[in-house]
Design a protein around this ligand. Structure first.
Ligand SMILES: [Zn+2]
Length: 113
């Protein structure tokens, strides 16, 4: 398994600077982030749950908000972009988590209320 999804709850409307991508208004609600790890999946998931880390990926900036919390994480055998495209939701931040996506996802973060 190398693909995972994080289910994230944002308790209130929040403005977040997502690294070099820019500053965005994230509406309160639920988000699904689809990512992958070539190895050390456990360590990757644990890292997402940790609030104490150097911000590196787009998702780190969202999870760094005191209003954001991971409510669930799931592993999958599916290919990252295929799984992301099967996930319903609205794109709030174009290119989020998709800097190296070559499958036209638009974003690897989906929002639903
Ligand atoms: Zn993709």
């Amino acid at each position: 398994m190398r693909t995972y999804q994080l289910f994230i709850e944002l308790a209130k409307d929040t403005e977040i600077q997502v690294g070099k991508l820019g500053k965005f208004s994230f509406p309160a609600g639920n988000y699904v982030y689809t990512g992958s790890a070539r190895k050390n999946m456990e360590a990757r998931i644990q890292r997402h749950f940790s609030k104490d880390k150097k911000l590196r990926w787009h998702i780190d900036y969202l999870l760094n908000s005191p209003h954001a919390q991971i409510t669930d994480s799931r592993l999958s055998q599916k290919e990252e972009c295929a799984l992301n495209q099967q996930t319903n939701g609205e794109i709030i931040v174009p290119r989020f988590g998709a800097s190296d996506c070559k499958n036209g996802c638009g974003s690897h973060l989906k929002y639903f209320q």
